[in-house]
Design a protein around this ligand. Structure first.
Ligand code: PAF
Length: 304
């Protein structure tokens, strides 16, 4: 089985070599460790962008910044099975390594780490939930609606950090709760990496970029634009209405738009993620909304 896989990888690498002459794709932990050792011995700084592939311009912005701020930029492409609550979602998740590699090469990244699940997890890790003390950060929003999701995220990101030992790692603010959890994880597990928070990248219409946008029909996409519009409009009411009143206003307004159905909207402290009942703390509003079958997330800062 392993030997067949290896042949496929070599063939794939040869195919890719035609289009991406200097791009290197590493599949195995021992190979990436050897490469990292070499970089460290030569005093190179390492920047890291973890991804699950299906890359878009939001990822490109992270990679471009990573390339400009480090000697080496490593991007991981790994559809992490342990962070999916739904097997169908995992199977449906778009995978196109060749297209991603082309995009990454254009952005200046020369090293991709793209392991298979068997290279990362043993069977026990694969079937048991990873346990971690989130200090309550996982009890709201995504954590509440996708139980176990952040256990899987911390499990994979901590493994990748241990392997790649980056000086800096880049994450998008669209996944606001994930970012807060990564900051917490780095502190608790004492990783020597600087987490770089990168702003949400939006289409000119305001729609936050997401791999899932590809699944929207033209009509749904028009309606999805209302998500950011309503969030921006809500800023005008922030001091007048309480967080609770503003939350209700947003949910009602969003739900009047065809195709949109809010799963949650919460106004939370931007660090502790605890739900706010006044505007005295730095506040961010986070939304998950279904547009037809497609679940989209976005967020907006109020006073921070
Ligand atoms: O944000 C993502 O794409 C994933 O959650 C991450 C951080 C790559 C971990 O699998």
């Amino acid at each position: 089985m392993h030997a067949i896989f290896y042949r496929v990888q070599i063939l794939f690498f040869c195919n890719l070599a035609h289009t991406t002459k200097i791009m290197k794709i590493i599949r195995f932990k021992n190979e990436i460790s050897a490469a990292i050792k070499g970089f460290k011995e030569r005093g190179k700084t390492i920047g890291f962008v973890p991804t699950m592939g299906a890359l878009h311009d939001g990822h490109k912005a992270l990679v471009t910044r990573c390339v400009s701020e480090n000697d080496i930029c490593i991007v991981s492409i790994f559809v992490n099975p342990t962070q999916f609550n739904n097997i169908v979602d995992l199977e449906k998740y778009p995978r196109n390594l060749e297209r991603d590699a082309e995009m990454l090469e254009k952005a200046g990244c020369k090293l991709i780490f793209a392991p298979n699940p068997e290279e990362i997890y043993d069977s026990v890790e694969m079937s048991n939930q990873f346990s971690f003390d989130f200090n309550g950060l996982d009890k709201v929003m995504e954590g509440k609606f996708r139980p176990g999701h952040f256990n899987g995220v911390v499990q994979i990101v901590s493994k990748l950090f241990s392997l790649i030992q980056p000086d800096k790692a880049y994450f998008g603010e669209k996944d606001f709760q994930q970012l807060a959890i990564i900051h917490h994880m780095v502190k608790v597990l004492n990783f020597k990496v600087k987490i770089i928070d990168c702003p949400i990248v939006r289409e000119p219409s305001g729609l936050a970029l997401s791999s899932r946008n590809e699944r929207l029909t033209e009509a749904q996409r028009k309606n999805a634009v209302e998500i950011s519009k309503v969030l921006i409009e809500s800023r005008n009411f922030a001091p007048k209405l309480s967080p609770k009143e503003l939350t209700e206003w947003i949910i009602n307004k969003m739900n009047t738009v065809p195709d949109l159905k809010v799963e949650y909207y919460e106004i939370v402290n931007s660090k502790s993620l605890q739900i706010l009942d006044s505007w005295t703390e730095p506040a961010v509003g986070c939304i998950a909304v279904f547009c037809g079958e497609v679940r989209l997330i976005d967020n907006i800062r109020y006073n921070s």
